[in-house]
Design a protein around this ligand. Structure first.
Ligand code: KIV
Length: 284
């Protein structure tokens, strides 16, 4: 196990100043968190995408605060030094700034997060402001915002038209002015991302399918390893097909149980002869 230094906001801004891109991945469980920390990943997002990747829902909307807290706690146990971001689920911040602060506080107090993320543009600036004023670092999320997928008309690139691109650029500035220390751009065209990154004063711009000109990149862990069989987004790169490895292993296990190739003596435990003889006497 490698020793890792705790990653803080200051570490992240130092990386930006030094031109080192920030690596960010989603994660939802203890063992994966352990491996992500070992690999030197800078940031982890416990995304509400866990509704789909871990709980099997068709969208992120049914995910609750309690679901999020349970998974985030497990991730923190696996990755104590990574910069951990809790993703605020549907209706945990939309109703009011007070609701937003209380739920953001749960991520900090119950799951030891370093920051929270929430979706939305200028209309969510007051939520960001309230959370930041409560002493909680906040990250905005623009472009494709899955909690509004119905209003957006599906999972599609956002900001391809000039008017919509201008709105995303203005939203980014509004979130930065409200106090967001970072903004995630999801499925925004590369040149729009470049403008937002160039215009950011003290805000880290992260990209998910939004091109190379942000300060760092985010990927969904399950997409990287072929672990979400229903769908593979175009923006995701597969870094290894763990899904295939797991399926092959499961098929092999099933076959070996059926043909009695498993278990072998190294897979079970024995009792000494004298104890066994004694047992037989006891049972008579
Ligand atoms: O929930 C999540 O994983 C996210 C990403 C899609 C950015 O918010």
């Amino acid at each position: 196990m490698t020793e890792h230094k705790k990653i803080t906001i200051r570490t992240l801004f130092n990386k930006v100043a030094e031109g080192e891109p920030i690596s960010w991945l989603t994660c939802y469980d203890y063992p994966t968190a352990y491996f992500q920390e070992e690999a030197g990943i800078d940031m982890i997002l416990v995304g509400d995408s866990l509704g789909m990747t871990m709980l099997g829902y068709d969208s992120t909307l049914p995910v609750t605060m309690n679901d999020m807290i349970r998974h985030t706690q497990a991730v923190r146990r696996g990755a104590p030094t990574v910069f951990l971001v809790g993703d605020m689920p549907y209706m945990s911040y939309q109703p009011s700034t007070e609701t937003a602060i209380l739920n953001a506080g749960r991520f900090m107090a119950e799951a030891y997060c370093d920051a929270i993320k929430l979706e939305g543009g200028a209309e969510m600036a007051d939520r960001i402001e309230g959370i930041v004023k409560a002493g909680i670092p906040a990250i905005g999320h623009l472009g494709l915002t899955p909690q509004s997928v119905s209003a957006l008309g599906g999972y599609r690139v956002q900001g391809r038209g000039a008017q919509q691109a201008k709105k995303i650029i203005e939203d980014a500035k509004a979130l930065e002015e409200a106090g967001a220390f970072a903004i995630l751009l999801e499925m925004v065209p590369d040149r729009v991302t470049k403008i937002i990154t160039e215009r950011a004063n003290h805000c880290i711009i992260m990209s998910l399918g939004s091109g190379p000109d942000a300060h760092g990149q985010l990927l969904i862990y399950h997409d990287m390893f072929g672990l979400y069989p229903k769908f593979k987004p175009r923006m995701a790169k597969v870094f290894g097909n763990a899904g295939e490895v797991i399926l092959n292993g499961l098929q092999q296990y099933n076959k070996e149980v059926k043909n009695k190739a498993f278990p072998q003596p190294e897979n079970w435990f024995t009792i000494k002869d004298e104890e066994y003889n004694e047992l037989e006497k006891l049972l008579k």
